[in-house]
Design a protein around this ligand. Structure first.
Ligand SMILES: Cc1cc2nc3c(=O)[nH]c(=O)nc-3n(C[C@H](O)[C@H](O)[C@H](O)COP(=O)(O)OP(=O)(O)OC[C@H]3O[C@@H](n4cnc5c(N)ncnc54)[C@H](O)[C@@H]3O)c2cc1C
Length: 423
């Protein structure tokens, strides 16, 4: 892999997501050699993927080159590769471009889409976990509008204009709101040959309320906002089958839809090679102690979504969101430096900064520890936090400009079918 030999301890980090990037920054220019490996050459800001899917933002404003993050880190290297296997006995990993030894190995591989074993849904639905997948959804939505404009029958047209989103968590709710804005603001202007009333957005949630991880207050407000935007919310409903056109649910509800977007859950993305008991099978997450050490190993750590640390406050592990990943990345960096200096490690303690979701322009819900609110102020807070959390000054400026332009003009400017999606 062409990494120079060094007398410094080598920390190999797999995954340049929220956790991996925070760890890389904490170890920057310290007495360690860092090798960051990712199968993409960029960091993805997943919370804004839905805006790429719904033509609100260009993909390059929510992605950031990993090499640019490390450009001033003298002892850090990046390699574009997929890690295929861990060989813990030799302290080595095998990747798509060769093998590399480690002194410390950090697994920060995040999650992948969970189809709950349903192959039909896996084959025909649209997941939204990466930039290419978000672009696929963008293309499909716009292609459907074009096809609807020339459809011969009402039934055919409605199948192109029925958008079914499965999963009423923050991702599903935000995407449903954004697609509703396309219907309300873009369709009447750009697609005068289509009747807005023919377009339907259905949001399906298996639990009895949307945003199940948030407060009841947030759920109620979010459902109200969605309904006002024209989204049909179906709780206690889950998809049983989808063949690319017919959507069957656990109830009598059925749709004909060319588009089923799957935002119903994730499962860990572990790498082969560790002992069976280091992985919690149900969630595919590595079992870690409160120093993020993977069970059964001294020098292998897992952080972020892939790590499952049980505590009294979080018996099922921390929520799979950005904050635990960032906080674990920072602490692990400090702990690795402590370990090298033979100092005691600090245990991880999660500081919950709250959760939020936005539902179209001017509307959001925010749950803080002692304060829950919704509406315009919540939307403003949501925008500010997301803007400030983006990696890179250029991305912040571009996103701010886009949001301002779109807000003033009721527009979504990235309505381009650059790479048509083939079903
Ligand atoms: C659509 C969507 C919306 C979300 N919205 C929010 C939100 O609003 N707020 C919030 O807090 N959280 C949100 N999340 C969750 C949040 O993005 C995750 O919790 C966070 O990304 C976890 O960080 P991580 O570093 O553990 O993993 P990730 O950020 O997923 O990074 C994992 C990295 O590992 C790489 N990788 C994986 N396997 C390999 C391999 N074998 N070899 C090489 N590289 C590999 C991947 O390419 C990726 O870069 C959202 C997630 C999604 C999908």
């Amino acid at each position: 892999m062409n990494i120079p030999e060094s007398t410094l301890p080598r920390v190999v980090i797999v995954g340049g997501g929220f956790a991996g990037v925070r760890l890389v920054k904490t170890l920057a220019n310290k007495n360690v050699q860092v090798v960051l490996i990712d199968k993409h050459n960029y960091h993805t800001f997943q919370p804004l993927l839905y805006q790429v899917s719904s033509s609100g933002l260009e993909p390059d404003s929510i992605a950031y080159p990993l090499r640019k993050i490390i450009k001033a880190h003298k002892t850090t290297f990046f390699r574009l590769a997929e890690v295929e296997r861990i060989q813990p006995e030799e302290k080595r990993i095998k990747t798509s471009i060769g093998s590399i030894q480690y002194d410390y190995l950090v697994l920060a591989t995040g999650t992948k889409t969970n189809f709950f074993g349903n192959d039909a849904i896996k084959t025909h639905s649209m997941p939204m976990k990466s930039v290419p997948q978000a672009l696929n959804i963008r293309s499909l939505i716009l292609q459907n509008f074009e096809k609807a404009a020339i459809a011969n029958t009402k039934q055919e047209r409605e199948a192109f204009l029925n958008f079914v989103i499965v999963g009423g968590g923050p991702t599903g709710v935000e995407l449903a709101g954004a697609i509703a804005e396309l219907k309300n603001n873009i369709l009447p202007r750009d697609y005068r040959d289509l009747n807005r009333q023919d377009m339907h957005i259905h949001l399906l949630e298996g639990a009895n309320r949307v945003l199940p991880p948030m407060s009841e207050h947030a759920s109620k407000q979010a459902e109200k906002f969605l309904t006002e935007l024209g989204v049909n919310v179906h709780c206690n409903t889950f998809v049983k089958d989808y063949d690319g056109l017919h959507v069957k649910t656990n109830t009598t509800l059925e749709f004909q839809s060319e588009t089923l977007i799957w935002a119903a859950g994730v499962t860990g993305a572990p790498i082969h090679g560790l002992k069976a008991n280091s992985l919690i099978e149900k969630s595919n997450r590595y079992s870690v102690n409160n120093f993020n050490q993977v069970e059964g190993y001294d020098s292998i750590f897992a952080i972020g979504d892939i790590a499952l640390m049980t505590t009294d406050a979080y018996p099922n592990g921390h929520p799979q969101v950005a904050q635990p990943a960032i906080q674990q990345g920072k602490l692990l960096g400090e702990n690795i430096l402590r370990h090298i200096q033979q100092k005691p490690l600090q245990p991880f303690s999660y500081k919950d900064k709250g959760s939020m979701a936005t539902i179209g322009r001017n509307k959001a819900v925010v749950d803080l520890k002692h304060f829950k609110f919704g509406g315009f102020f919540a939307w403003f807070v949501w925008m500010f936090i997301h803007l400030m959390s983006l990696v890179g000054f250029r991305n912040r400026v571009i996103v701010f400009f886009n949001w301002t332009y779109n807000y003033i003009n009721f527009d979504k400017a990235a309505r381009l079918i650059i790479r048509p999606f083939k079903k």
